[in-house]
Each structure stands twice: as C-alpha cells, then as structure tokens.
Design a protein around this ligand. Structure first.
Ligand code: HEM
Length: 151
C-alpha cells in the first residue's frame, strides 16, 4: 500500500459517508409516514441531523485533505480535466453544506428548542431542498470523477 492508495481510500470513505447519508436523509427518512405528529417529526429531524452534520464535517475534512494532497502531488497542470471538474463541483457541494449549516440548520435548532413549530417546519423544508440539491451534485461529482476520466 502506498500513500496514494491510502489517500484514495480516505477520499472514498468521506464520499460514501456524505453522499450515502444524504441519500438516506432525503429518500428514506419519512417520519410522517410512520404516523408521528408534526412536533415529534421535527424533534426527530433535529436529533438525526445533529448526529449527521458533524459527520459531514469529518467527510469534508477527509475529502478535501486527501483530494488536495493528490491534486498538489500530481500538479494542477498535469491533472486530468475530470479532477478539475471534481474540484469545482466538490467545492460547490461544500458551499451548499455551509449554507445549510449557517442558515436553516441554526434556525431549525433554535425553533425546535423554542417549540416554534411553524418556523421549524419552514427551516426543515429549506434543509431538505438543499440536501436534495447536494445529493444530485454528489452523484454528478461521482460521475465526473469516474466516467469523466474516459472523456
Ligand atoms: C473539492 C474537493 C475534491 C478534490 C480536490 C478531489 C480530488 C480528487 C482526486 C485528485 C482524485 C484522484 C485520486 C487518485 O486517483 O489517486 C479523486 C478521486 C475521486 N473523487 Fe474526488 N475530489 C474532491 C471532491 C470529491 C467529491 C465531493 C466527490 C463525490 C461526491 C468525489 C469523488 C471522488 C471519487 C469517487 C474518486 C475516485 C475516482 C477514481 O479513482 O476513479 N471527490 N478526487
């Protein structure tokens, strides 16, 4: 095993955690379908996201450090175009996550704590929209980083 293999392993672990977690949150977590009352649903979402979002920070650190290491090692000029595209869409994903973290996520936490369910529902809607968008970007980034190598 070389350092490059280790970096690729850490990179893919970060990607799996982040994109897989978003897929679960966006497509599978459906407390309404389980018959939970609106307040209980929002409390559930708050609890789940409070566990998931710190893991996203870990994923971002793994992805950026390992990807950045490989990119600098190979050099921007010699890197395949697919890598440049991945840097772009990957940075966009990170910006979207920052917009969630500092925007609707803070509002959801405060509103659930204050039992302001209308504001909490609005904030959750925004989070779900942006997570859905980031999930699509994540799939696109995976396509770019794999299929894009053949272009
Ligand atoms: C913005 C920061 C990112 C940088 C600088 C970056 C850079 C890189 C580099 C240089 C490689 C090649 C590693 C090697 O072959 O040794 C790589 C592979 C890969 N990256 Fe990224 N990446 C970033 C973000 C992402 C994101 C956000 C995703 C997915 C959502 C992703 C998915 C992948 C995948 C699946 C591979 C493996 C491709 C393969 O080996 O064919 N990357 N990345």
């Amino acid at each position: 095993m070389t350092v490059n293999h280790l970096m690729l392993f850490l990179h893919v672990c970060g990607v799996t955690l982040w994109v897989g977690g978003m897929a679960f949150a966006w497509a599978c977590l459906r407390p309404a379908a389980a018959g939970l009352a609106p307040a209980a649903r929002l409390e559930l979402w708050r609890g789940v996201l409070a566990r998931f979002f710190p893991l996203v920070w870990v994923s971002i650190a793994l992805i950026a450090l390992s990807g950045g290491y490989r990119l600098f090692e190979v050099g921007f000029a010699s890197a395949p175009r697919a890598w440049h595209a991945m840097l772009f869409t990957g940075n966009l994903m990170m910006a979207v996550f920052l917009s969630i973290w500092f925007g609707p996520w803070q509002r959801l936490r405060a509103a659930v704590d204050a039992e302001d369910w209308a504001t909490a529902a609005l904030a959750l809607g925004r989070i779900r929209q942006r997570v859905g968008f980031n999930l699509a970007l994540g799939v696109l980034t995976i396509a770019v980083s794999t299929l894009g190598l053949g272009i």
